[in-house]
Design a protein around this ligand. Structure first.
Ligand code: GLU
Ligand code: ZN
Length: 493
């Protein structure tokens, strides 16, 4: 069997973690099976669908870096891939169901349905929803009313005595008594627009979808879809309802828990690799003890057998850990490209918004090696390295003075340090360390006591990125100037 699956979002909101998880699992499943992954836009809700959300969808997946094989933007053999361009099809299929006696016209007005709903809620009725009022209208009567100008909807005539049973690939056998299902849902609205159920089933069939991997919130729709497949005489796809995604408190993941839209994660400095890796683990387990997977590794390892039934818990801390890891794995050059916009915005190179000159750009790239292990997010980078671009204020004397020493010893140590700058500026880390250790020994001072005042003079604080790298980036001249400035300040005390 040809494996074909799809991501079928409705462009009525920003792309969020749940949607991206569904898309990713479909992508991984298709890839793992040598199948095709399709994007279909389910924009049947014309009032809530918005071109801006379609754009957000494209932007999100461009950023994430995985793509569908067929879709509205790249075409394919079974297009169009946008439901609003397929309305004539749905009308024809709804009509076919009417002709088979599997669907019927309903002429109930909105006012009648509202009154019905009010009545049911007042009576705390067990049976809610449509009362199947028009189910028994004769075709002749319906034809006459249409000819007279009434605009009916088309409803599915659910066979009431039967039970709909299917085997969910993850959840096992699921059974619904047909008379307990949403009563005769609308398939085609009076304006000729299809509802989700009709369009979704017709398209999955016409697009040759073999597997439907979708969020568990769609589970109640599945029996209706199976009834539709049966009415049309089509084989249904395999259904697999993915485990839910919950927050740490066990409630459905929502804004209360933190970022949920990919835009937010993106602007908070998460890397796409981290998001993909973490999202791939939301409800699936791959190898014991292995946390980090590239997209290619996920493609080859994914299998429906590795899905968990239990809900997945979205842990922002764990995601942050992934971000740490992927930041560290970047080359200095790649990380600099990603972090540069944050530096520009933070005013690292002048007024906020100022682009770096070539020297600043080189320093910025070199600085990545110093802070890679010290940040979790891209936006943390500028403040950690601002001292490389702007002269840091000289801190108070007490900051410079090592434990158990006094100001005059500190001045002597800093003077010693100044003499080391020139050689240190051209040595690699290992040589620099050996060199300064040797000097401390010769001078009879503690290594820490020699390094600390120098660090404070160069960076403005005791806790900073590595000293040797800092000296190399600042260069001997600028480093020497900073030490002189600090010495002058200390002598003035
Ligand atoms: N349009 C539905 C959505 O927004 C598709 C659900 C499905 O996959 O069948 O998620
Ligand atoms: Zn009716």
């Amino acid at each position: 069997m040809e494996i074909r699956d799809r991501y079928a979002p409705s462009p009525t909101g920003l792309q969020h973690i749940g949607g991206v998880r569904t898309a990713l699992f479909n992508y991984l499943f298709a890839r793992s099976q040598g199948g095709a992954f399709i994007l279909r836009l389910e924009d049947t809700d014309r009032t809530r669908s918005d071109a801006a959300f379609v754009q957000n969808l494209y932007d999100t997946f461009t950023w994430l870096g995985f793509r569908w094989d067929e879709g509205p933007d790249r075409g394919g053999p079974v297009g169009p891939y946008i439901q609003s361009e397929r309305f004539a099809l749905y009308r024809a299929y709804a009509q076919a169901l009417i002709e088979k006696g599997a669907a019927y016209y309903c002429f109930c007005s909105a006012a009648r349905l509202d009154a019905l709903r009010a009545e049911q809620s007042l009576a705390h009725a067990k049976e809610t929803g449509y009362d199947r009022h028009c189910r028994t209208l004769s075709p002749a009567e319906a034809t006459a009313r249409i000819a007279a100008g009434e605009a009916p909807v088309i409803r599915l005539k659910i066979p009431l005595k039967e039970t709909t049973r299917f085997v969910d690939r993850l959840l096992g056998t699921i059974e619904w008594k047909n008379d307990a299902l949403t009563p005769d849902p609308v398939l085609l609205k009076s304006d000729g627009f299809p509802t989700y159920h009709l369009a979704n089933v017709v398209d999955d069939h016409l697009m040759g979808i073999s597997h439907v991997l979708r969020a568990q919130e769609w589970l109640p729709s599945t029996p209706l879809h199976l009834i539709l497949y049966q009415c049309f005489g089509w084989d249904p796809p395999v259904f697999c309802h993915l485990p839910m995604v919950l927050g740490l408190d066990g409630k459905k993941l929502s804004k209360r828990h933190g970022a949920t839209s990919i835009d937010e994660f993106r602007s908070q400095g998460y890397l796409p690799e981290a998001l993909i890796n973490y999202v791939a683990l939301l409800g699936a387990s791959y190898e014991e003890g292995k946390d980090l997977y590239t997209l290619d590794e996920l493609c080859s390892r994914f299998s429906l057998d590795k899905l968990n039934k239990a809900p997945a818990i979205f842990d922002y801390k764990k995601l942050t850990w992934y971000n740490d890891q992927y930041i560290r794995m970047k080359t200095d050059g790649d990380l600099a490209v990603l972090a540069l916009p944050y530096g520009v915005k933070a005013g690292l190179f002048g007024e906020p918004g100022t682009e770096p000159d070539p020297g600043q750009r080189a320093a910025f790239t070199a600085a990545m090696a110093l802070i890679k292990e010290r940040v979790s997010f891209l936006h943390e980078i500028p403040e950690k390295i601002r001292y490389l671009f702007t002269e840091p204020p000289v801190p108070s004397a007490s900051e410079f003075i090592p434990k158990k020493l006094d100001i005059s010893k500190t001045i002597a140590l800093l003077g010693m340090g100044r003499d080391l700058i020139e050689p240190l500026a051209v040595l690699g880390d290992a040589e620099a360390e050996a060199f300064i250790k040797e000097r401390a020994k010769q001078e009879g001072v503690k290594l820490g006591d020699l390094m600390m005042p120098l660090r404070v003079a160069l960076t403005g604080t005791r806790v900073s990125p590595p000293l040797f790298g800092t000296i190399r980036i600042l260069g001997a001249t600028r480093s020497g100037e900073r030490v002189n400035r600090a010495l002058a300040a200390l002598r003035g005390v």
